[in-house]
Design a protein around this ligand. Structure first.
Ligand SMILES: [Zn+2]
Ligand SMILES: [Zn+2]
Length: 235
């Protein structure tokens, strides 16, 4: 049997038992990103970055007009609600890793100009605790960071920040307790001169407690965190 016919037969077989479904709404969909047109249109994109300290929108300047130089900007693709929420749940908990590639492309296109201005040298993912990563089999933030590094031609720094203390999942805690829950959970390798300016990456940022704690830890160890990048921002 020629190879092409064999491949088509195999595809037909797989489609019958595992039909390709949209990650947002679960309907049959065969497109490359596994997100149907209707779901893509429903995703509420943000036009501007946010300030992580005060959650204001930062229209055109590189710093928050309220917090000024202390601001840490969050470059995030869209609002954390369905269907994007469902897509991220698939990405995070159900072993479906294609959103890493899709959103790395979309985020880097969206913030192309800002990214150039940040002068980042490397992209660092928010780490999972080793036990949690082993249980899940992967860290979704790391997959996203790897694809972002590849589309932006920046170095992947997945060995500078570690989570050595386990914390409870942030999503189950009320706002005030989130900060205390992540205090001191990270540790970083001291900065060597080749990687200093780092862009932090996570899949979802809600209050920002986790990414701000990671930023603090990196900065204590000699890095400069030039910004935070994520797929979704929840409120
Ligand atoms: Zn859909
Ligand atoms: Zn601010």
């Amino acid at each position: 049997m020629p190879a092409i016919a064999e491949q088509e037969w195999l595809k037909g077989f797989l489609d019958f038992f595992f039909p390709p479904l949209c990650l947002g709404c679960g309907t049959f969909y065969e497109g490359e990103d596994s997100i149907c047109e209707t779901c893509f249109q429903k995703i509420e994109e943000f036009a501007h970055p946010f300030c992580l300290n005060c959650d204001s929108i930062v229209p055109s300047h590189s710093q928050c007009p309220i917090c000024l130089k202390d601001s840490a900007l969050l470059y995030v693709f869209a609002d954390y609600r369905p269907p994007l929420k469902e897509i991220i749940i698939n990405f995070k908990f159900r072993g479906i890793t294609s959103p890493a590639r899709t959103f790395a492309r979309l985020i880097s296109e969206k913030f192309e100009k800002q990214l150039a201005g940040l002068n980042a040298q490397a992209i660092a993912p928010i780490p999972l605790h080793a036990a949690r990563k082993n249980h899940r089999g992967y860290n979704q933030a790391e997959l996203l960071a790897r694809d972002l590094a590849s589309v932006t031609n920046l170095q992947l720094a997945d060995n500078i920040l570690y989570r050595y203390k386990r914390s409870r999942p942030q999503s189950r805690l009320e706002l005030k307790k989130r900060q205390a829950n992540v205090a001191g959970v990270f540790t970083a390798v001291k900065c060597e001169n080749d990687i200093k300016r780092v862009l932090l990456v996570d899949d979802v940022v809600t209050t920002g407690a986790t990414v701000l704690e990671a930023k603090k830890c990196l900065e204590k160890n000699g890095y400069t965190v030039v910004g935070i990048m994520a797929i979704a921002h929840g409120h």
